[in-house]
Write a protein that binds this ligand. Structure first.
Ligand code: ADP
Ligand code: MG
Ligand code: MG
Length: 888
């Protein structure tokens, strides 16, 4: 039979699955010989069974009996013994830390009789005993019996008011005794029976309540947001109580072995005298900085510092801890590898390498692309630490300021007039989309990281703070704690920290970006953060197998990406090169009556294209540049059907008969002819090349000519021509045959080599990759289109329309356009790679969708053996780091 209960001495830090993080680390500290109160852990398996079976778990009671008996023997006291009670805490602790999500009950074992025994134990300290008892009723009531916490708080508040004092420490034993009576009344009112006096019943029900708290609404919501699996369950730790509320020589505190904000080493933490448990974090009284403990209790302080050093040396990482001092004796109640800011993650990893605690391989696993991305956003230049107005969830990073508006329409109107606006809504819905696009940033009072606002904002790369729930949002104003903010008032929002400020906070560029750009102020070069980023990026590049290219269609973008460390261009789109004043040439091409007219238009476009390519090849001299032949439906270059139809109708009515009117009519006919109800599935990509004679040929010639021109300058062009939207090898063969002829003709004996390959973005291409590879020297997975077509989701519409609902329902944990869907789309990538390489060993494989810059996806592409990913210039460093992390 499964073992459900582990004594602290039986566990260790690697048993987090079974014992939860708290239990595993309590065991680890116990085995390190640190002063941990005795106790035991009930496993997550017991919790899973309890939740599945709805109640009783066979064999669990017996095991608890045995471990409780052992605990009692070790402590020389019996649980709730009226004469000399043992008290315990019952603490939740899942595998992943879920701060504040689940429950803990302290002082279990107290009742009307043992409260006197506890007082005697403490040398006749009635105040302490009654304080502990009232805390038990409060926590037990709230946690086990769902009594609203405010009722207890109200009663406490009244007691303080009656006495005319501010702090709970100023209440004496009699006050607390009356408070216990008041609490009991609250309890019976809500629960229907008296507060249970049987210590063992208290214990059992508290354990069950902790089990159940795994499925509390807020815990479920938190797990969904943090993508923690729902089936893990929580462990329960039963720990002998130690008391920080015995008087001024006692207290409780939290500490970090390094600063979790900056990573600097030093003494960080808070301490509160004469207090218990949550008092420190609950902010009921002002805490003291940890350094002050030295003056209060030097012996405990020194021991604490020593233990912190031991823990760091043992975990090789920043640890945070919870401790209690009981009459001058230090007790460790919790430790774990602590959470930290993005900046601290980099500096701490580099420091630990310097201190010889970890090696560089380990160091790059301690940081992430997501953290690097945070460091690359512009930030508020917060001179000092201005008070924030309120705080929500940092849902989409960045720093934005603007005038407050409350409707989408108003946002659009003011933005059109050139004003910067922040759209403030209680929550957003698909109708708010235009306003979200127009705004600098979005602030909502409701919803978390998967709400509509958050999902859409992240998709657009727009700053967003969600769920600032202290805000009351009205029609034309919002209030926070009585402070009114009206339409037109300026606010600033920080999408990383979730903080909201009144007024305009100045923004400064990130020094990490300055470093990548190579124009870092020399004074900053030795900043610990910049030095750490440099060191870890260098190592990641050394270890990476997957190369990182960039998506760029202009010389300046290419140059920037190269500074950011791109190894070439994985996607150069040519459609942007057909806009602006070239639109007219494209129109001429589309409207051409005959071959001569068409050839004229193409001949006019060719030198322009050649220059575009030459500029890019120059910037990427020596590195591969994949140029995609024109992809989007041609009518995207033509005027809109509706507008043109109206225009022509009006001209007709006026009886106009100019050359222009005639041209407009021809244009209208062409637009009608080309109109498609599903343009994304229509005449685009390779289909255009096959239908419009000379179009691809012109582009191929321009590419080859540009390459020859660079070679003539002494450069080393490495062009790769990519045919989009291929679904069948015959399509590619047709294009290829024509292209090869042109290339041979242009290249001559210049020594220039031009590769021809294809995008794999139609599911059929992935499934027939073995055939397609016959005609392709490389594949580039267009995972945006591949996702769109594999799921049947229109990527331009779905994010605002229903993805937020899919995320809420957990149909997927993250948009498949943001992070590759491994099971479906990923499978297509895997199959195409394997079958392509079976046909053509050494076939070059890359990715050029948005996924190329997504950390999770980069790991997947590494696993399936691709050669490179390509992403926007700004994401190149992120992909480089992840490529290195995937390889160590
Ligand atoms: P959380 O996971 O929310 O931090 P904990 O289980 O750590 O909850 O407990 C809440 C508080 O109670 C912590 O500050 C902890 O230090 C304190 N606490 C827990 N068990 C004991 C104990 N046996 N003796 C004294 N204090 C305790
Ligand atoms: Mg804790
Ligand atoms: Mg595509």
């Amino acid at each position: 039979m499964a073992k459900f209960v582990y004594d602290f001495a039986e566990g260790n830090k690697d048993l987090k699955d079974l014992l939860g993080g708290k239990g595993a680390n309590l065991a680890e500290m116990t085995n390190l010989g640190l002063p941990v109160p005795a106790g035991f852990t009930i496993t997550t398996e017991a919790c899973q069974r309890f939740l599945a079976e709805g109640s009783h778990v066979d064999g669990l009671d017996d095991e608890i009996d045995r471990h409780l008996a052992a605990l009692e023997a070790a402590m020389g006291r019996r649980l709730g013994d009226p004469a000399d009670p043992l008290l315990v805490s019952v603490r939740s602790g899942a595998k992943f830390s879920m701060p504040g999500m689940m429950e803990t009950v302290l002082n279990v074992g107290l009742n009307d009789e043992s409260v006197a025994g506890l007082s005697r134990q403490a040398g006749g300290n009635d105040r302490f005993a009654w304080d502990s008892y009232r805390r038990l009723i409060q926590m037990y009531g709230k946690t086990v019996c769902d009594v609203p916490g405010e009722e207890f708080e109200d009663a406490l508040h009244k007691a303080k008011e009656a006495k005319g004092v501010r702090d709970d420490v100023q209440l004496d034993a009699d006050d607390l005794k009356s408070l216990v009576s008041a609490y009991k009344k609250v309890f019976v009112k809500h629960v229907g029976h008296d507060f249970p006096q049987d210590p063992r019943q208290q214990l059992d029900l508290a354990i069950e309540a902790v089990f159940r708290s795994w499925n509390a609404d807020r815990a479920v919501l938190y797990r969904r947001q943090e993508r923690i699996p729902a089936g893990l369950g929580t462990a329960v730790n039963v720990v002998a109580m130690v008391f920080g509320n015995l008087g001024p020589d006692s207290g409780t505190g939290v500490a970090f072995t390094r600063d979790p904000a900056t990573g600097e080493s030093g003494i960080y933490g808070d301490y509160l005298q004469n207090a218990q448990g949550e008092d420190v974090v609950a902010g009921i009284r002002n805490t003291l900085p940890l350094a002050d403990l030295e003056k209060i209790d030097k012996k405990s302080y020194d021991e604490l510092l020593q233990i912190m050093a031991t823990l760091e040396g043992h975990y090789h990482d920043l640890c945070d801890i919870e401790f209690t001092i009981e009459r001058g004796k230090l007790w460790m109640l919790q430790t774990r590898v602590g959470k930290r800011t993005a900046a601290a993650a980099f500096t701490i990893a580099a420091q630990l390498v310097e201190e010889g605690m970890i090696d560089l391989d380990e160091a790059v696993t301690r940081v992430s692309g997501a953290q690097l991305a945070q460091l690359m956003f512009p930030r508020f230049d917060l001179g000092g630490d201005p008070a924030s107005l309120t705080r929500g969830v940092g849902a989409s990073p960045g720093a934005a300021y603007g005038s407050v508006v409350f409707t989408s329409a108003r946002a659009v109107e003011l933005a059109a007039a050139g004003e910067k606006v922040i759209l403030v809504r209680r929550e957003t819905n698909p109708d708010d989309l235009p306003g979200m696009i127009a705004a600098q940033g979005i602030l909502t009072a409701r919803g978390g990281k998967t709400s509509h606002a958050a999902v859409v904002a992240r998709g657009m790369g727009k700053t967003c703070v969600c769920g600032a729930d202290q805000m009351e949002v009205g029609r034309d104003q919002f209030t926070v704690h009585g402070q009114v903010v009206r339409e037109g008032d300026v606010i600033s929002i920080d999408g990383t920290t979730g903080r909201v400020y009144l007024g305009e906070v100045p923004v400064r560029p990130s020094e990490v970006v300055q470093y990548f750009e190579g124009d870092l102020d020399p004074a900053l070069a030795n900043e610990p953060l910049v030095a750490a980023v440099h060191q870890l990026m260098t190592h990641a590049d050394e270890r990476a197998r997957l190369r990182v290219r960039t998506n760029a269609d202009t010389g300046p973008d290419a140059a920037r990406a190269r500074r950011f460390g791109a190894h070439g261009i994985g996607l150069c789109r040519t459609e942007h090169m057909f806009l602006g004043d070239r639109r007219e040439l494209v129109e001429r091409l589309i409207l051409a009556h005959n071959k001569t007219e068409r050839d004229d238009a193409l001949a006019a476009l060719r030198p322009l294209q050649r220059n575009d390519f030459l500029e890019i090849f120059r910037e990427m001299n020596g590195l591969p540049v994949t140029v995609r032949l024109i992809d989007p439906p041609l009518h995207e270059f033509l005027p809109s059907l509706e507008e043109l139809a109206v225009h022509v109708a009006l001209a007709k009515e006026r009886g106009e008969e100019s050359e222009e009117a005639e041209r407009d009519e021809r244009m209208l006919a062409a637009v009608r002819r080309m109109h498609e109800s599903n343009p994304m599935l229509g005449l685009r990509g390779v289909r255009l090349g096959l239908v419009i004679p000379g179009l691809f040929a012109m582009q191929v010639r321009a590419i080859a000519e540009a390459a020859v021109a660079l070679a003539a300058e002494g450069g080393r062009p490495r062009p790769e021509i990519m045919v989009p939207l291929v679904g069948a090898v015959q399509e590619l063969e047709t294009v290829r045959a024509e292209a090869e002829k042109i290339i041979a003709e242009v290249v001559g004996d210049s020594g220039v080599e031009v590769l021809i390959g294809t995008m794999i973005e139609v599911p059929r291409a992935a499934l027939t990759a073995g055939q397609i590879a016959e005609a392709a020297e490389f594949f580039s997975f267009g995972t945006n289109d591949l996702t769109q077509m594999a799921w049947g989701f229109s990527r331009d519409d779905v994010e605002g329309a229903f993805f937020w609902r899919y995320l809420e329902l957990g149909i997927f944990g993250i948009s498949p356009f943001e992070s590759i869907d491994r099971d479906g789309v990923g499978r297509l990538v895997r199959i195409a790679g394997e079958e392509g390489r079976a046909t053509r060993p050494g076939l070059k494989l890359g990715v050029c969708g948005e996924h190329g810059g997504d950390p999770e996806s980069v790991h997947f592409f590494h696993e399936v053996g691709l050669d490179y990913v390509s992403c926007s210039p700004f994401r190149v460093p992120i992909a480089r780091l992840e490529a290195g992390r995937a390889a160590v």
